[in-house]
Ligand binder design. Structure first.
Ligand code: SF4
Ligand code: SF4
Ligand code: SF4
Ligand code: FES
Length: 953
């Protein structure tokens, strides 16, 4: 049943039933038909009859504690709670009469007698369910007085930077506790004590910040009073209007209501109508939006001739003309191929489309690439080769239908938290879990979750592992023969079958390589193959390897062999990192593919683009990011336009990247902050945050979501307008008056987007591509009846050990990842109160490795690899395995990528971030690179401050 007709701003009291069986009943004399399993409260609400409620809300299972929702049901004794009573066929319900009114008033009176009556000065005034319900039940006076036992003096916990807990306002309805359990899955809150003594507490009666709370905001959302309340609302008052938009952090793509007061953003409230998040959020999208108005925002275009000169603020037109003259001059001197650009996976589809269009049509070459090069390019290659399409196969909601879930090289509770919560919900319902990860991530063991198998493999051995699992499936006869026969290519299957059956792929033979006991691998393969529905979710721990593409194909092989493709609950699902990394790939950011993954060498494809774009296009693939760097160092690549990417911080082998950037004659950077890359730039075009523009993002489920402008661009132009300005200055005309026109052009040229328009997006809420004549409302599950290539193809996945091996000089393996509170290069989250959780990157190492080196918690340690050295503080941690160390890369001065090498995936050049052979030693001061970084950073900040000062003279 579609939920499209529901009002997502209304609280129906209890969750929607997904039953297909319908039940007819009578409420207050009117007939209503609802799915079996619906509560009486919800059935009434769907008819427009609001039964008072306090402990019920429609994203939590009914609890039945407040009793204010009592109703009468013909033939039943007493007054049952409507929230916990399911509808029955022929039921006759009365929701309003004098007896019920009196009962409800009495209950409300008890609540109010333990509540400070300071409504007029309360931050929730006008938006408080307790206040509303008191009005709804007609409570006029409180007979018990306020002098009895109560919570009125209970203290307020303000430890969390974003919300406060004023216990004096608490009515102990337990909605917060249940939200933390059912929605978020963290179990940080409890109700302790009984009767009047009962109270909500975090952890072991600790301040929120000291408890397990991850600040997702679900409890704040659920609280019907002002007990749990955003500090922004307390300080600034209740918002006045709202706009539905999409989070700009990760690839989950959560929908939010941006709640505003005038043009000021007060809070971001997760939107129930968002099909990716269904009303949930994480700390980043919910609270960490302050960066958008941070004082570090650069809001004036700037230019300079050399990176050793101060910046000069100029008008937009001066900046466009300056950049265009430089780029054209370079092309005249060094040739058409001497410049290129990088599109952003943080910007909208429309903006990304324009940047690659500018490069192909305005620069006249295909030197365009995107950050997906360094994260999920192997996904594109591997899935296209095997399944015929470069994208994940499912909706997030599909995980609720999985019986076994394999998570490989992904840490969803930190990196894709809202999906992590959904997955945990399914695991609590009994689905089996296999985790393949060198670290013990939270998923392996957390409250009410325990992985059946944790395959704690050595970094760099993924392919040996996946081959071993497939070997077990084939040699133990666990494959889905019917699926293989009907849906896959027979020749490739037979070749693969012979390959994978070889004893060299057996768990026993590969245990030495992976470090995982053979029996564990066998058991994991059996769990996966035996499940009715088994799903694989994977992350950068799969792709960022020298065999990233091989591993993606190995995953697809396993799913095909067991028939786990083409329906709910199964599939191959890359957890895409950045908010629009799927979109940036879809929009033609790669040097060999036009939008929609159409190859530049295809004459018919090019002809269609040439006709619409009005220019002749190059039929040769252009340079990838690493090739651009190499060509820059060779002196053949001299100019770059980088939109919304911080390649100086995010790409591997920092010294190499910095040298390449220094060698450019013109680097144009468009960003909201003077990021690390901008310190090497000659032209700075101030960017616009997601709040300042219209557009779309495409999340990891291929879901195209609208981004809506809630405030004007601080710098005067949105990113798409700035790209148009640069294109026009270069002599390639672009004249769109709204991003919807850009989407119309995308739809015209991209077969998988034919049916997409802003009108359709407003109508449907969101659309999962392919959306075209064959699928006018989009495609939630891919490959249901056939693959885009007809039959899926098995690929041979020989394991080849990486060249990056530990040795006597570098005996440990470094692997990197993210943490919940920070995001990627940290440019946004470092400028928010999320710093309270993680204000520096730390090196984690196992106690045995620490002991060997005399290292204790908090010591400064140098991490050296064959390309560089950096210094971090150490944390000794049992989460690691001996021989493997780990860090995050959210802070530029950590220099995690000073250490990572330029080894890369054989097919796509995706860097091998996840394996670097290193040595770790105790030291007393920062590394040479860090000293140089600090000096360069200080100088560039002075250049920026100088430019800003001039404005005020
Ligand atoms: S913010 Fe989230 S994790 Fe923290 S207590 Fe509330 S629901 Fe639980
Ligand atoms: S804090 Fe709010 S949601 Fe939690 S028990 Fe108290 S009133 Fe209910
Ligand atoms: S899960 Fe991702 S998209 Fe959702 S709120 Fe968090 S960062 Fe934003
Ligand atoms: S709303 Fe039904 S018992 Fe509280």
């Amino acid at each position: 049943m579609s939920v499209q007709h529901f009002d997502f701003n209304k609280d129906y009291g209890t969750p929607l039933s997904r039953s297909t069986e319908m039940v007819s009943l009578e409420i207050d004399g009117q007939t209503v038909v609802v799915p079996a399993g619906t509560s009486v409260m919800r059935a009434a609400s769907e008819m427009g009859i609001q039964i008072p409620k306090l402990c019920a809300t429609d994203n939590l299972e009914a609890f039945g504690s407040c009793r204010i929702c009592a109703v009468e049901i013909e033939g039943r004794r007493g007054t049952p709670a409507s929230c916990t009573t399911p509808v029955e066929s022929g039921m006759k319900v009365t929701t309003q009469n004098a007896r019920l009114a009196k009962l409800r008033r009495n209950i409300m009176e008890l609540y109010i007698s333990d509540h400070p009556l300071d409504c007029l000065t309360c931050p929730a005034n006008g938006n408080c369910e307790l206040q509303d319900m008191a009005g709804a039940v007609g409570l006029r006076e409180v007979r018990y007085g306020f002098d009895g036992e109560n919570h009125l003096d209970a203290p307020t916990d303000s430890s969390n930077p974003y919300f406060s807990f004023d216990a004096s306002k608490c009515i102990v309805c337990s909605r917060c506790v249940r939200a933390c359990e059912e929605v978020q899955g963290t179990f940080a809150l409890t109700i302790s004590g009984r009767g009047f003594e009962s109270k909500v507490s975090a952890g072991m009666d600790q301040p929120f910040m000291d408890s397990d709370c991850v600040s997702c905001g679900a409890c704040v959302q659920a609280c019907p009073t002002s007990t749990l309340m955003e500090k922004a609302v307390i300080d600034q008052g209740q918002p006045e209007h709202s706009v539905v938009t999409t989070c700009a952090y990760c690839g989950v793509g959560c929908s939010f209501k941006a709640e505003m007061k005038g043009s000021e953003l007060i809070r971001m409230v997760p939107y129930k109508g968002g099909e990716a998040n269904m009303g949930h959020s994480c700390v980043k999208g919910r609270f960490a939006f302050g960066y958008a108005t941070h004082k570090d925002r650069v809001t004036k275009p700037m230019v300079r001739d050399s990176i050793d000169q101060p910046w000069k603020e100029v008008s937009w037109d001066e900046a466009f003309n300056f950049a265009a003259a430089k780029l054209k001059g370079i092309q005249q001197k060094f040739g058409r191929e001497s410049i290129g650009g990088i599109t952003s996976s943080r910007c909208t589809n429309e903006e990304t489309y324009l940047v690659q269009k500018l490069i192909r049509a305005g620069f006249g070459n295909n030197n365009t690439d995107t950050c997906a090069r360094v994260c999920h390019s192997p996904t594109g290659f591997g899935l296209k080769t095997t399944l015929g399409e470069s994208a994940g196969t499912q909706t997030f909601e599909s995980v609720l239908y999985a019986d076994a879930v394999m998570v490989i090289g992904a840490n969803p509770t930190d990196a894709h938290p809202v999906f992590g919560s959904l997955l945990k919900k399914r695991l609590r319902q009994g689905a089996k879990l296999i985790v393949a990860d060198p670290r013990s991530t939270d998923l392996v063991r957390s409250p009410h979750i325990q992985a059946q198998q944790h395959l704690k493999l050595l970094p760099g051995t993924n392919v040996a592992l996946i081959n071993a699992l497939a070997h077990v499936v084939i040699t133990e006869g666990l494959e889905d023969k019917a699926f293989v026969e009907s849906r896959t290519d027979g020749d490739t299957y037979m070749r693969w079958r012979e390959f994978i059956s070889d004893v060299r792929h057996s768990p026993e033979e590969t245990a030495q390589i992976t470090g995982v006991p053979a029996e564990q691998m066998r058991e994991a393969a059996r769990i996966y193959a035996a499940a009715e529905n088994a799903a694989i979710y994977y992350g950068l721990g799969v792709t960022e390897h020298s065999q990233g593409s091989t591993m993606v194909m190995g995953i697809a092989n396993l799913a095909m062999a067991t028939g786990n493709i083409g329906r709910k609950g199964v599939g191959v699902n890359p957890l895409r990192g950045q908010n629009n990394v799927q979109g940036s790939c879809d929009m033609g950011s790669f040097p060999h593919e036009l939008p929609g993954y159409q190859h530049v060498s295809d004459d018919a494809v090019r002809a269609r683009f040439e006709q619409v774009w009005g220019v002749e296009l190059d039929n040769e693939p252009g340079l990838r990011i690493p090739n651009m760097f190499n060509a820059a160092l060779d002196g053949t690549f001299k100019g770059m336009y980088v939109q919304g990417e911080d390649i100086a911080q995010s790409d591997p082998n920092t010294a190499h990247v910095e040298a390449a950037l220094r060698s450019l004659e013109c680097l144009v950077v468009q960003d909201i902050f003077l990021n690390e890359t901008a310190k090497f730039a000659h032209v700075f075009l101030p960017g616009s945050s997601f709040l300042e523009k219209d557009g779309t993002f495409t999340n990891a489920e291929r879901r195209i979501n609208r981004v809506r402008k809630v405030m004007p661009p601080l710098a005067g132009l949105a990113d798409w307008e700035a790209t148009m300005g640069l294109a026009n200055a270069l002599g390639y005309p672009m004249n769109y008056s709204h991003p919807s026109e850009i989407m119309d052009e995308i739809a015209q040229l991209t077969p998988t987007f034919t049916g997409v328009s802003y009108e359709r997006l407003d109508e449907l809420g969101s659309i999962q591509w392919p959306c075209n004549e064959a699928a006018p409302n989009g495609t939630p599950t891919m490959h249901v009846e056939q693959f885009p290539i007809g039959k899926a193809r098995f690929a041979i996945t020989e394991y080849v050990a990486t060249e990056e091996r530990s040795n006597r000089r570098f005996p440990l393996l470094l692997t990197t990842g993210r943490i919940l509170s920070q995001y990627n290069v940290g440019a946004q989250t470092r400028r928010t109160a999320n710093q309270s959780w993680h204000d520096e990157d730390i090196l984690e190492l196992h106690p045995v490795d620490a002991l060997d080196r005399g290292i204790s918690d908090g010591d400064m340690v140098a991490i050296s690899s064959r390309v560089g050295e950096t210094v971090l503080h150490a944390r000794v941690s049992e989460r690691m395995q001996p021989g493997v160390v780990y860090t995050t890369f959210h802070h530029p001065n950590s220099g995690a990528n000073v250490v990572t090498t330029d080894n890369s995936d054989w097919a796509t050049n995706c860097p091998e971030y996840k394996v670097t052979a290193v040595q770790v030693t105790k030291v007393t001061g920062e590394s040479n690179w860090q000293q140089q970084f600090r000096q360069f950073d200080e100088k560039q900040r002075e250049f920026l401050a100088g430019a800003k000062r001039k404005e005020h003279v």
